[in-house]
Design a protein around this ligand. Structure first.
Ligand code: ACK
Length: 220
């Protein structure tokens, strides 16, 4: 009936535990601060600034609203394809409201988005929709394993929506899969920093960061 349709959320996902949200935000800010001071970043500043602009404050460049989370299924209150089926899945019903630990493998920025890559376990993949990695223009060489898109959006450039972080991460993974090594810039506190061109910077964590998170849903 119509009541059921109304009760579908904007999205399902893992929501970072409160104190960890702060921790991740501080870490991201520190990263941007460090990146902004590197000569090699300044050399490529034009990826992030307009004509004639010599400076970009990265901390102001990326803005974020709402809780830090890793979206599993975007439902758009039932209007998104497969929303109802997802909400009715056995694994979704069973794990709803339970805590898990997300492994964060990398922090990345592009001229559009800033986010972290989440490395899902087999258990967590049970909550992952089958079509998450599908792209309209994807060729056979573009195929990435399920869960590849898993991320937490930490910020977006002006005029960019958070839905962009997923495609940005998939682009990075495709570059890596194609064997593009990028330019190893230097080792930072948490691991190596690589520049892939076109404003794509990736900090790979030597040790994944473990983030406690609640599987739940969001209604605006
Ligand atoms: O950063 P995100 O994963 O990207 O979290 C937000 C959340 O839903 C609320 O907007 C994500 N989102 C928005 N539209 C879509 C979509 N069409 N497919 C997948 N995720 C989406 C957005």
């Amino acid at each position: 009936g119509s009541m059921e349709e109304v009760s579908l959320p904007l999205y399902f996902g893992w929501f970072l535990e409160y104190t960890f949200q702060d921790k991740l935000e501080v870490m991201a800010k520190d990263f941007l601060k460090t990146l902004g001071t590197l000569e090699v970043f300044k050399k490529h500043i034009r990826d992030f600034s307009g004509e004639g602009e010599e400076e970009t404050n990265l901390e102001q460049y990326f803005q974020h609203k709402g809780p830090l989370h890793c979206t599993t299924k975007y439902c758009n209150y039932g209007k998104a394809k497969g929303a109802k089926e997802y909400a009715e899945k056995e694994s979704v019903r069973q794990q709803y409201g339970s805590m898990t630990e997300l492994a964060i493998g990398a922090l990345f920025i592009t001229p559009r988005t800033m986010g972290v890559r989440v490395l899902l376990t087999q258990d967590q993949l049970q909550l992952w929709p089958d079509d998450a990695e599908e792209k309209a223009d994807a060729g056979p060489e573009a195929e990435l394993p399920p869960g590849s898109r898993a991320h937490i959006t930490l910020g977006c450039a002006e005029g960019i929506k958070p839905v962009q972080t997923g495609p940005d991460l998939l682009e990075i993974l495709q570059l890596q899969k194609q064997g593009q090594e990028g330019e190893k810039v230097q080792d930072l506190e948490n691991g190596p920093l690589t520049y892939y061109g076109n404003g794509i910077w990736v900090l790979s964590f030597t040790e994944p960061l473990l983030a406690p998170a609640l599987f739940s849903s969001y209604y605006k």
